[in-house]
Ligand binder design. Sequence first.
Ligand code: CDP
Length: 218
Amino acid sequence: MPETFITIAIDGGAASGKSTTSLALAEKLKLMHVDTGSHYRALTLILLTNHIPLDETNVKIALKKTVLETTLDGNRALIAVDGKTLPAQALRSEAVNQHVSHVAAMPTVRQYLYAYQRGQCDIARSLDFAGIVMEGRDIGSVILPDADLRIFLEADESTRVARRAAEGHADAIATRDKIDSTRKTAPLTCPEGALRINTGHHSLEEVLNQILTAVKNF
Ligand code: CDP
């Protein structure tokens, strides 16, 4: 087991550059990478596939019968629902984009994922990673409030819309951000003490260098 274990929380709105930055950072520092957005996406996909009405009562009943596990692809931790990992393309489908923020706003869903997400640190430790990079909306504020490093990424809406369009995804970014920022439970917010970086004003290399400097100074 590694002697020191670093926890890095990366939060930000839709298409703010979280995944690109977190993956590159995890790769460089050989840390385990966890994309918590994919957890909400996976549950949304399963609920939609099973035609579960998206209200607290029905979702709660469905989640009681759902088993979550973690599999590893290189240094990426992937969620497995009822023994299956789900294809990235399905997780980022238009239907999931449309419903995921509604599902993620349900206290039942957030409570259900809380222990699973916090448990990712133990998994990373048991697999001998020197730390974890976890990305999402509430990582520095709720899931890992004691993270060694908190990063908040942002960019203008026009920049973020252009990024999604370039990826060929239909995604109402502004709508998702509004639901994510105004929900009662664990809203999207810049955590206290976070290093705030505008990814529209800096290249990926510059963003990484800023974070690596913060890691060195930690
Ligand atoms: O990739 P993008 O930033 O567009 O979204 P994502 O990280 O895949 O997250 C999809 C959705 O999951 C978000 O719009 C939130 O509604 C929800 N989410 C959340 O509520 N809390 C997190 N820690 C991560 C994602």
